[in-house]
Design a protein around this ligand. Sequence first.
Ligand SMILES: Nc1nc2c(ncn2[C@@H]2O[C@H](COP(=O)(O)OP(=O)(O)O)[C@@H](O)[C@H]2O)c(=O)[nH]1
Ligand SMILES: [Mg+2]
Length: 404
Amino acid sequence: MTLSIGIIGKPSSGKTTFLNAACLTHAKVSEIPFTTIEPNKGVAYVRSKCVCKELDVIDNPQNSICIDGTRFIPINLIDVAGLVPDAHKGKGLGNKFLNDLIKADILLHIVDITGSLDKTGKLISVGENDPYDDILFLENEINLWFKEILEREDWTKFTKGILTEKRKVVEALYDRLSGVKINKRQIILSLRNSNLESKSPSSWTELERLEFVKSLRRIAKPILILANKIDKDISIKNLEELKNKYEDPIIPCSALAEHFLRKYHEDKIINYVPGLNDFKLINEDKLKEKELDMLKKIKIKILDLYGGTGIQKALDYASFSIANQICVYPVSDVNTYSDNKNNILPDAFLIEKGTLLRDFVGEKIHSELAANFMFGIDAKTKKRLGENYELKDRDIIRIVTSKS
Ligand SMILES: Nc1nc2c(ncn2[C@@H]2O[C@H](COP(=O)(O)OP(=O)(O)O)[C@@H](O)[C@H]2O)c(=O)[nH]1
Ligand SMILES: [Mg+2]
């Protein structure tokens, strides 16, 4: 399964602009709240140093892209519709919003760092809204949603059932939360973090239930904060203030700047590789003076100051540092590093650190292959790998089956 990143944030914070820029799609952007009714989906890319340079081969990627020795590997983005207070109770587009969230492995919270939008996305005077409130509000809303799913209407009946049927708590909770893309390991960790490992759910207090879902939310749907609209003057001061209040990493970004850079690149006016802090003008004549001015501003006020627009950095950070992904290259010939159509290093897959070879074959490669799986071969060392081998970043692997 492909890694999925959900883009959340209040109306008009810039979610659709972010998705359009990251995927170069053209979903509708506007200042009217709830323009995004259907979740817009797109494919974006994360960067990993490609193994082609180390092996000194010229690759021929199929599922990904290689630019100057950097692999761009596809991930899914989901732009989730606007969120208003009490969404977890079904207000606004509440339940629709929450149902779309389920599919995401990580959430990017696009915060309007200018502080000029109220909770419903209406324009207010600049600086009137404290972005920190947006962070707390949204975290709380998602926590409460988890709590609703946990408790539902029949919490008492459910917990009594665990006792009378002598069910394992982890199994019972896993079944109950099965719709939310959560695994047993995450449930076990959350029970431990909230000190509920040895306490029967039938005696969990209201507060303990909240502690449990808070911990589960942190583990199962981690949120990375993006301070968007960093191109506005007020944003620099607001970002500094926010950093004093919020401890976890905050990535400053300008979705709009990324959108323009990719657009001009697509129109062959500039050369721009996403994530870099510079671009090359290749067709200046096609630009009006105003546009050239804007590009210069992007260079000075964003690229030079922040080392990039922040969009690619956010996707990479979310995937590798938060979701702990590593990159693996399956091949069918360990000498030429190619598939059976002679494509060299055709595919690059993201998997979670700690994944074992047998699970990789089952989940990522093919269920048919998995059934006939015998062993793997490390293409770099030509050594045989057993099913319990823990895959490492930038491994090149051949899967040997009883049919190959
Ligand atoms: N200045 C500035 N405006 C932005 C940026 N990102 C989005 N916007 C603007 O914010 C408004 C709302 O954007 P949109 O993507 O529709 O927000 P959504 O409701 O969260 O999907 C639009 O006018 C965008 O052009 C940015 O990085 N900088
Ligand atoms: Mg939108």
